[in-house]
Write a protein that binds this ligand. Structure first.
Ligand SMILES: *Cc1c(COP(=O)(O)O)cnc(C)c1O
Length: 234
């Protein structure tokens, strides 16, 4: 279970790094139990992120059964296969849209009666091969595609920079992303979210302009290894 102090400490570190700017905490609850989610939610944490659609659907259901009074916001942050779009479209945010066909599938599957699905485009800023995310030079076209779909709402960018040991190298990646975000905002003035930074680099990401950090380990402790082929992209 998360120790009470871990959440407080992370919030405090975010506040210190943000220096007055609002920065959101997305609690990454992949591999964590519904009970752990409820415990953190009872401490006031509202946004939760999951990587695997099936796990996330089951966990949402379990959390709702345990604590029907909680009003949580659920984000999908993992690489998404197009054939999972139907389940994914019922979430509050999808942060890993990286191709037009996935955007189309999500738009088609977004349930009637819900507001447009909040979408972040995932960018692969360091051009790492095999990694999710569109190339920076594909970003404008993909953003225009998403913005033209009425059942989606383009909110900004998400990225996972290469895990360089040298924090200056990571800072440079975060800065590149912040530049892409600002440029995109020139064309899409409503976008408001730059999701970057995880447990081991979130203060650096915030210093470079993150508006949301996605944190698992620093809140919940180390994750148990997960015997799934999907883990390759987590
Ligand atoms: C697992 C994961 C995180 C959280 O990673 P930690 O290092 O545990 O904070 C953030 N973003 C994505 C996309 C992830 O898959």
């Amino acid at each position: 279970m998360p120790t009470p102090t871990a959440h407080d400490e992370v919030l405090q570190r975010i506040r210190a790094a943000a220096a007055g700017r609002p920065v959101e905490l997305l609690a990454v609850s992949k591999t964590r139990s519904a009970e752990e989610v409820v415990a953190l939610a009872r401490r006031g944490q509202r946004r939760f992120g999951e990587n695997y659609v099936q796990e996330a659907v089951a966990k949402r259901r379990a959390v709702a059964a345990l604590a029907p009074d909680l009003d949580l916001e659920w984000h999908l942050i993992g690489r998404l296969q197009t054939n999972k779009a139907r389940d994914a479209a019922g979430f509050d945010w999808v942060e890993a849209v990286d191709r037009p066909r996935l955007a189309d599938a999500l738009a088609a599957a977004r349930p009637e009666g819900r507001p447009p699905l909040n979408v972040l485009i995932q960018v692969n800023p360091d051009g790492e091969p095999g990694k999710a995310g569109c190339a920076p030079d594909e970003l404008d076209a993909l953003a225009a595609h998403v913005a033209a779909l009425p059942r989606l709402r383009l909110r900004g960018l998400m990225a996972i920079p290469a895990p360089a040991e040298d924090m200056r190298v990571r800072a440079a990646s975060f800065r590149t992303l912040a530049g892409l975000f600002e440029r995109l905002r020139g064309r899409h003035p409503d976008i408001d979210t730059l999701s970057m930074g995880m447990s081991d680099d979130f203060e650096t990401a915030i210093a470079e302009g993150a508006t949301r950090v996605r944190i698992g380990t620093a809140l919940f402790g180390p994750r148990p290894p997960r015997p799934s082929p999907e883990d390759a992209h987590a």
